[in-house]
Design a protein around this ligand. Sequence first.
Ligand code: NAD
Length: 242
Amino acid sequence: MPALEHRTALVTGGASGIGRAIAEAYLREGAEVVLADLDASAAAASIGAAGHVAVDVSDPGSVASAVSTVMDRFGRIDVLVNSAGILTEAPLVEMDPRVWAETIAVDLTGVFLCCRYVVPHMVSRRWGRVVNIASQLGIKGGRSLSHYSAAKAGVIGLTKSLALEVAEHNVLVNAIAPGPVETPMVAGITDEWKAAKRAELPLGRFGRPEEIAPTAVLLASDPGGNLYVGQTLGPNSGDVMP
Ligand code: NAD
């Protein structure tokens, strides 16, 4: 039996990169998938998602309205994947405070807001899985990436704390902390940074979005969610999986 049959999944950042690869994997596992992104209409049509909703994850009103639209149409959200995110490079001592604020707003507050409006529906149904996409940078830090690293460290702290709050309701919360992955997000990063990163990686290359997706399937499933409550898994990072 497919791992996610009869499950409805909402995937933020589902129009591109890791979110899109996870959405495609969930579809293969029998889930009904709804993409949530700034504009997910083309991606939803291209992968055969059940629906899409426009959302700015950094805006409380936008998230509340998107979640209510999905609940009205599908009646449930069993799985929430928080993959929407942005990344820019800037040394902290030169950083425009607006760059800091925007990164925290999308990459950390966005995860809070989506959990804030979706998890109560999971609690009331007594089943849910939340999969947050953190980053190795949230564990190790990164040069010129203090804003992004701080946001991702925040996502890991949020994940572990929310897992403690809602596990008793059978709502299980985990994070994945990938190393660098070849997606549009890293297209603008300097070649020097990419070369230095490649040299650190056990495989000597960046990951691919489809290599992250199986972990997200596991964490959305019954046995996977039960095995790893409040954990952060780190594929292609060189770290030992917990
Ligand atoms: P991507 O740029 O391909 O996809 C990110 C998606 O998020 C895009 O579709 C974009 O439209 C959407 N998005 C951005 N701001 C948004 C907002 N305010 N509201 C709604 N949607 C918004 O990037 P990706 O590499 O697939 O990144 C997905 C997640 O994985 C991000 O959280 C990222 O931080 C994380 N991550 C990426 C890497 C990497 O190397 N690519 C490594 C570790 C973690």
